[in-house]
Write a protein that binds this ligand. Structure first.
Ligand code: GCU
Length: 598
């Protein structure tokens, strides 16, 4: 009995240590930050020689000690300051040709002074690092993080000095079977410190996190909570929504936590009118502001309802691939380009595949009124029966929801993509769905499922996971992986669920500028013909409430080697990686234009 108790207890303890030690500081733009982006010195370390000794044990004198030879006899076999550099943020694969396929460890070093901390606290915050990051400050390990697409931060108050601080980060993007995602993905394994790095200075007790949302199905009932961090946890917290004349006052409990609940008449966030309100949270020792939209999203039978009105989601899938330059997208400019193309298509919705994208995307979607499907990389066939794999997936889910819970644009949390129908998988995902709903009762939960034929032309949606979802996502590649485009004309759809359907993927590959007839594979004409047939079919699905074709722009994938056509790129984009629009782009644009005119 004891054995069972100990086994169950230890992983949860690890999870608790991981969560309690580094609670996410949210809303970085509203904080007192110092940016550490720029040139970092790097050491490429495929054998992790800077971490393990020759007995493959963690060394006490690894590269994180940043040792220097003091006299001519000293033996030191590395030197960050005389090693090359990489840009942060940015994947390493697209910065050096000899790192394009690199999977392993690269060590990063950045030095900084911090003269003005006084009695305040200091944290270091990473927007993301793919995949496993271990962070050291002045030779001491301050924390580690697993997961390539969610933010993390560590407190460095007691480690930082006024001059010559050295942040050293070991980033390892090796894939492994128990990971999330697992070893096979149809996207490039871009490694590195792939998003912004900031120092965050806070007061000794500060407002670390808060949530403020419209209660589902209401137009004037607001709910949420606020969380303080520090010693003076029992304080009065004031919430000031600048459009309202009255402020709300709360008193936090001994844990620094207070629930929020009030009624108010506020202009709501709508896709056509993405109203954002300036909201300020204040306490005796801190204040933080943010622009936030408020809207309600729910389902009613097979309809998706936003602010009481049924909507159709005119969407597109997007990978986090940088337009023109390639590599991981990470900036507001990248987000502007990608979402501008989506708006040009006539989209009111984007599926950010297959992992949480950088925060510039969801904040810009807030500003522009574009609704978002946000997804964690529980992709294809991960290890459903491995408890560490589950805790990894759940941690990434928690970190994603924590970061974006105040983004009006995010209407759907997706827990998976194209996973096999197994009892262990459905249990795994059901637990993730329960966790999602426990954290956020205001949004919809979905996943991209697969369909199957029940006769020559009838597609059936009856994946048992659908029972636990609010919205059914379904990927189909009829006319590409499944026969030729002409077959699409005969397809009928059935579902066992009285729930909205989003066709979360369909598409075809085409090399921009390659032309032929509509049966010439890889030609723009084939892709265009498939889109024409698909649109005709979609219009006949009476329980369809959204579409996110695969995909806005070509993206790198090691699974796509076909010479002179793919060359390591998945060519299903409606736009090439050089920004060139293919003929199918205009088919989708017309479909969405016709819907908007109705
Ligand atoms: C799958 C998968 C995508 C992949 C696409 C393709 O549906 O979800 O990640 O890129 O098909 O084969 O191009």
């Amino acid at each position: 009995m004891l054995h069972k108790y100990v086994v169950i207890f230890v992983p949860l303890l690890l999870l608790q240590i991981n969560v309690l030690a580094n609670p996410q500081i949210t809303n970085l733009p509203g904080r007192n930050t110092t940016c550490l982006n720029g040139c970092w010195h790097v050491i490429v370390d495929p054998y992790e020689n800077g971490y393990y000794n020759y007995r493959y044990e963690p060394s006490q004198n690894g590269y994180f000690k940043d040792e220097k030879a003091k006299d001519k006899s000293d033996l030191v076999e590395y030197d960050f300051d005389r090693s090359g550099t990489l840009q942060v943020p940015g994947d390493w694969n697209s910065q050096r040709e000899n790192l394009l396929y690199y999977e392993g460890t690269i060590w990063y070093k950045k030095s900084f002074d911090y003269l003005t901390l006084g009695k305040n606290r200091l944290f270091i915050h990473f927007g993301a690092a793919n995949y496993h990051a271990i962070v050291y400050l002045n030779g001491t390990k301050i924390g580690e993080h697993i997961g390539g697409f969610t933010p993390f931060n560590f407190e460095i108050t007691s480690f930082v000095r006024e001059k010559n601080n050295d942040i050293i980060v070991k980033v390892d993007n090796k894939r492994y079977r128990e990971a999330v995602p697992t070893v096979n993905t149809d996207w490039w394994n871009y490694g590195g410190i792939t998003r912004d790095v900031f120092l965050v200075e806070t007061r000794p007790t500060f407002i670390r996190d808060y949530c403020l949302q419209l209660k589902k199905g209401t137009s004037d009932e607001f709910e949420g909570w606020v969380q303080l961090d520090g010693e003076q946890l029992q304080q009065t917290v004031t919430i000031d929504i600048h459009a309202l004349k009255d402020q709300l006052e709360l008193f936090t409990n001994e844990n620094g936590y207070a629930k929020i609940a009030f009624k108010a008449d506020l202009e709501l966030w709508e896709p056509e009118n993405p109203k954002l309100h300036e909201v300020t949270f204040s306490c005796l020792t801190d204040h933080v502001s943010e622009s936030m939209g408020f809207r309600s999203v729910e389902t009613h039978n097979q309809d998706i309802i936003v602010n009481g009105k049924p909507i159709f989601l005119r969407g597109i899938c997007i990978h986090e691939e940088a337009p023109y330059r390639g590599g991981r997208a990470y900036s507001r400019d990248d987000a502007i380009q990608l979402l501008s193309w989506a708006r040009e298509l006539g989209c009111n919705f984007v599926r950010l595949a297959h992992y949480p994208h950088n925060e510039y995307m969801t904040r810009l979607a807030d500003e522009w009124g574009i609704m978002v499907w946000s997804e964690i990389p529980v992709y294809w066939t991960i290890l459903w029966e491995n408890s560490d794999t589950y805790h990894n997936a759940e941690t990434q889910l928690v970190e994603n929801i924590t970061r974006d819970k105040n983004r009006a644009s995010v209407i759907i949390w997706s827990v998976a993509n194209e996973t096999p129908i197994l009892e262990s998988r459905t249990k795994f995902l059901k637990n993730l769905i329960t966790k999602t709903r426990s954290m956020d009762s205001t949004r919809l939960v979905s996943a991209a499922l697969e369909r199957h034929y029940v006769d020559e032309y009838t597609q059936m949606i009856d994946d048992p996971l659908g029972k636990y979802l609010d919205v059914i996502g379904c990927n189909e590649y009829i006319g590409w992986y499944d026969n030729l485009p002409a077959k699409i004309d005969h397809i009928k759809w059935k579902t066992v669920y009285n729930k909205p359907l989003i066709i979360s993927e369909f598409g075809a590959g085409a090399l921009y500028g390659f032309h032929g007839d509509n049966l010439t594979r890889w030609s723009e004409e084939y892709q265009e013909y498939l889109y024409e047939r698909q649109v005709k079919m979609l219009k006949k699905i009476d329980f369809l409430r959204g579409v996110t074709p695969w995909i806005l722009m070509d993206f790198r994938s090691p699974r796509r080697p076909l010479p002179n056509i793919q060359d390591g790129w998945n060519r299903k984009g409606l736009i090439s990686n050089k920004g060139e629009k293919k003929k199918a782009f205009f088919v989708l644009q017309k479909y969405y234009g016709d819907i908007m005119e109705k």
